[in-house]
Design a protein. Structure first.
Length: 216
């Protein structure tokens, strides 16, 4: 199973980049215009503001328009792949697929690419280490938890999280929490319906009290 998110707010990103570049141009032009008018200004401040605007514009271009993510659920090793091939070849179960394998046979992988460079693997996490999966809100008001709420549950342990969403201004995303070396790792992804349904279903098995309908 794989999912490749697409930027859904290209226009908003373009407008933000244009606004930052315009502001940078204005800040750059202020010192010479002020000198021509006989007004003393602190040139260093305006040069710094110009630099900040340009860097912010480049960051937004790279982060939201030139970056790509690919989420994969794949067989952990050759033995798991052979098991899947054997089941499919034998027709043991109609509709049997990769995600029907036990979680200790599967890995969740995130690959990241930028520009024309090929994708590199950002993380590999075993599905048998999955602790929870839930929809979190990133913007606005809603009934779902925020990423800070999820982190608070793991406050007594070592915890880190990584944001692998792509869309600028995304309202909600899927947050996965995995056990990792005595602590926890949170991964925020922009999953499609199929991958979201799989993880939410898997979370019910990990935590019987988990109910995504109450947390959406």
């Amino acid at each position: 199973m794989r999912c490749i998110p697409r930027q859904q707010n290209t226009r908003a990103v373009g407008l933000c980049i244009a606004a930052l570049l315009v502001c940078g141009g204005v800040f750059y032009a202020v010192p010479p215009a002020a000198r021509a008018a006989g007004i003393r200004v602190w040139g260093l401040l305006f040069r710094a503001l110009t630099f900040v605007c340009v860097i912010a514009a480049v960051w937004m271009l790279v982060r939201y328009l030139m970056t790509g993510f690919k989420y994969l659920i794949r067989a952990r090793n050759a033995a798991a792949e052979d098991e899947l091939d054997a089941v499919l070849a034998g027709g043991v179960k109609a509709g049997f697929g990769l995600t029907d394998l036990p979680p200790d046979r599967l890995d969740f992988v995130v690959q990241k690419s930028q520009g024309s460079r090929p994708g590199v693997t950002e993380c590999v996490l075993g599905l048998d280490d999955l602790i929870s999966a839930e929809i979190i809100r990133l913007r606005g008001k809603g009934s779902g938890p925020k990423k800070e709420d999820v982190r608070a549950r793991c406050a007594s342990e070592s915890y880190s999280y990584y944001d692998y969403t792509l869309t600028f201004g995304l309202a909600e995303a899927l947050m996965l929490v995995f056990a990792d070396r005595g602590g926890y790792v949170g991964v925020i992804i922009e999953a499609d319906e199929a991958m979201r349904a799989y993880f939410l279903s898997r979370a019910r098995k990990v935590d019987p009290e988990y109910d995504p309908d109450e947390r959406d």
